[in-house]
Structures are given as structure tokens and as C-alpha cells.
Design a protein around this ligand. Structure first.
Ligand code: G3H
Ligand code: 13P
Ligand code: ZN
Length: 350
């Protein structure tokens, strides 16, 4: 199966009432882990690469690995997504490479650190939409600012400083025409999200539910949505790691989100923890080993297990065969005719 548009994956998820995990990759083993999980659970999937991942991997390597994944697993719909694009140029270069979806994260300025103005965000996001849609490519935008810093990207803080304002979310969706909208509801990137199991004072599911009521046809996205399970933390620490006690986003809160319009859930940290724990275990228990396959295989298996669990928990399991891929050229025609125009005011007309 060719790579499919993320918009199609999310439209189908909305019809089926489920969420789709978007898993970050930097290398071959992570792609293989995701595909093994997708095959095991028969799930459509979003594979995403951050700017850091594209740089680390020399993105042509990464992109061709994903094409291999699509060729080897023709029954699995795969969308290839740019995570946290910081500028029009980043998104354009991803589209030129062949990504079927981009995130323009205009919630931050191009430096990836400083919160942007609302107008600045609207302007750059709309520019990306105007470039992407005629080419059949999906666009995700972000309104509000997440907490934390990953690989130099992020505003820092707890995630409570810039919670999405529902009025702004509605205006943003209308003025930009994004296909999917990421919200800031108190989550942060990385392992250190919450200092105890989060309640409504720090994880603002009520804000998400309010936005879904106001934008019932917009695909919502939860970033920073690793659950940071204790068993994964424990494995890392048991074999010499030094993680401090921390809490992530509980699966039941994500499932509440999915019942309220969340269609894409971003997960990276849980897989990083699984990989690191597995590698540490091998090197700790058998320090005489030095063949990378001796630790990369358990690492890949550990990530496969986490991703398969998330695919079941998010509900995407079992849905790979529900639909045939729409060619990207047909998506482009759909945007051109207005049939796929995602602006909320046109929802009734679709
Ligand atoms: O946005 C956060 C993802 O976890 C990607 O992180 O920028 O370190 O690759 P990264
Ligand atoms: P986590 O750090 O919670 O895995 O979030 C990943 C993410 O949002 C990538 O965009
Ligand atoms: Zn993110």
C-alpha cells in the first residue's frame, strides 16, 4: 500500500470512534517495532519524525525505511508525518521528501522555544495549509503551548502556563483550515509530566471536552501523551538508570479524550523508556556482549510490546482493512473542490 494521507486515517478513526497512535521514529528498529505491532494488531498507523529525527537520520534514510515498511506490509495504512515543524520551510521540505502529513507548530516561534502570538501562529499555519492542501497533504496545527523541552524543542515549564483557550481554538480552526488541531491541556513532552497521578487541576480534560463541543468535526490531537508506566521506569532504574519518580498521562484519560474527539495521540517517551530499559538490561546482565544485535533486538521487541498495547488501548487495532487508500492526488482534488475543506463553518456542507 502506498503511504496514505493522515486526513484519511483520522476521518476513518472519527467514523469508527477510535484514536490512532502517532509514534516517533529515528531509526530502522523503531520503524520495524511499529510495523510488527501494526501487523500483530491489524492497525492503521501514523509514523512521525521530528526535526531532530530528520537531522539525526539524514531524513532520506528514514523516509526510504518507511517506504520499505509500506512495501513489506501492504495491508497496513501508514501516514508519514512531520512532527513539530517549526517553519514553513521545514514543512515544505517534508512534503517535497514525500511525507503525507505535516504539523506546523506555530504555537512557538521558529526557534522552537518562544511562545508565538496568536496572529503569528494563524499566519504561518495558514501559509502551510495553502501550500499543503493543493498537494493533497494533511496539516496539523497547535494552539496553546505544551510544557517541557525535547531535544531543544519546547517552551519548558509545567504545561499549565499556556492552556488552550476554547475561543481561540475555534477561531484558529476557522482561519487556518487545519485538518487536525493539537491542544495544550497540561501535558508536557518527555518523562517528567506530573509529580503525582494527574487530576483535573493539572490535566485539563474539561478544556478538551469543551473544545470538542465547540468543534465537533475537528480532529483533536493530544501531544505529550506517554503514560510513563512505572514498570518501564523500574526496568531502567533496576539496571543502573537514574529516573526520578514521575507520572504520565493515564490511559483512561486518553480514552476519555478519544470519546471526545481525540483522533491522534502522540507517543514517544514510552518507547524511549522501553528501548533504554531493554538495552540496559542486556548490558548490565551480560557485560561481555558487544554485538549490537544482542541488545537492539530486545530493544525492538520491548518497543513492539508497548506500541501494540497502545494500539489496543486507543482502539485502532483491527481497523487496518476497513478502507482502501485514497490516492494523494485525489485528496488534492477533494481540497480543491471544497469537499475536504476542514473549516468548521463548512462542516454542515460536507
Ligand atoms: O516532540 C517530541 C518528540 O518526543 C520528539 O522529540 O525532538 O527529541 O526527536 P525529539
Ligand atoms: P511524549 O514525550 O509524551 O511521548 O510526547 C511525544 C509527542 O508529543 C511528540 O510530538
Ligand atoms: Zn509533541
Amino acid at each position: 500500500m502506498p503511504l496514505v494521507s493522515m486526513r484519511q486515517l483520522l476521518d476513518e478513526a472519527a467514523k469508527g470512534g477510535y484514536g490512532v497512535g502517532a509514534f516517533n521514529v529515528n531509526d530502522m528498529e523503531q520503524i520495524q517495532a511499529i510495523m510488527a505491532a501494526a501487523v500483530e494488531t491489524n492497525a492503521p498507523v501514523i509514523i512521525q519524525a521530528s526535526r531532530g529525527a530528520r537531522q539525526f537520520s539524514q531524513d532520506l534514510y528514514l523516509f526510504n525505511l518507511i517506504l520499505a515498511a509500506a512495501e513489506l506490509n501492504p495491508q497496513i495504512p501508514i501516514a508519514m508525518h512531520q512532527d513539530h515543524g517549526n517553519s514553513f520551510e521545514t514543512c515544505k521540505s517534508a512534503i517535497e521528501l514525500g511525507f503525507t502529513s505535516v504539523m506546523m507548530d506555530g504555537s512557538l516561534k521558529e526557534d522552537g522555544k518562544t511562545p508565538n502570538s496568536f496572529e503569528g501562529n494563524v499566519e504561518v499555519t495558514r501559509r502551510v495549509v495553502e501550500y499543503a492542501h493543493p498537494r493533497g497533504i494533511t496539516v496539523e496545527g497547535e494552539i496553546g503551548v505544551l510544557g517541557g523541552v525535547e531535544d531543544g524543542h519546547g517552551a519548558g515549564g509545567t504545561g499549565l502556563e499556556h492552556i488552550t483557550d476554547p475561543d481561540q481554538a475555534v477561531e484558529f480552526a476557522e482561519r487556518t483550515g487545519v485538518d487536525a488541531l493539537a491542544l495544550a491541556i497540561g501535558t508536557s513532552h518527555g518523562a517528567y509530566k506530573f509529580t503525582k497521578k494527574p487530576d483535573g487541576s493539572v490535566l485539563k480534560m474539561d478544556v478538551l471536552i469543551e473544545i470538542h463541543k465547540r468543534l465537533p468535526h475537528t480532529h483533536l490531537v493530544m501531544h505529550g501523551s506517554s503514560s510513563v508506566p512505572k514498570d518501564l521506569q523500574d526496568i531502567v532504574n533496576k539496571y543502573g538508570g537514574k529516573l526520578k519518580e514521575t507520572w504520565g498521562v493515564p490511559i483512561e484519560e486518553i480514552q476519555l479524550g478519544i470519546r471526545n474527539g481525540v483522533r491522534k495521540i502522540n507517543v514517544d517517551t514510552d518507547n524511549r523508556l522501553a528501548i533504554t530499559g531493554a538495552i540496559r538490561k542486556v548490558l548490565w546482565e551480560t557485560p561481555e556482549k558487544f554485538d549490537p544485535r544482542d541488545y537492539l533486538k530486545p530493544a525492538r521487541d520491548a518497543m513492539h510490546k508497548v506500541v501494540a498495547e497502545r494500539m489496543r488501548e486507543f482502539g485502532q487495532a483491527g481497523h487496518a482493512g476497513d478502507y482502501a487508500p485514497i490516492p494523494i492526488s485525489e485528496m488534492a482534488a477533494g481540497y480543491k473542490s471544497g469537499k475536504l475543506d476542514p473549516r468548521p463553518s463548512l462542516a454542515g456542507a460536507r
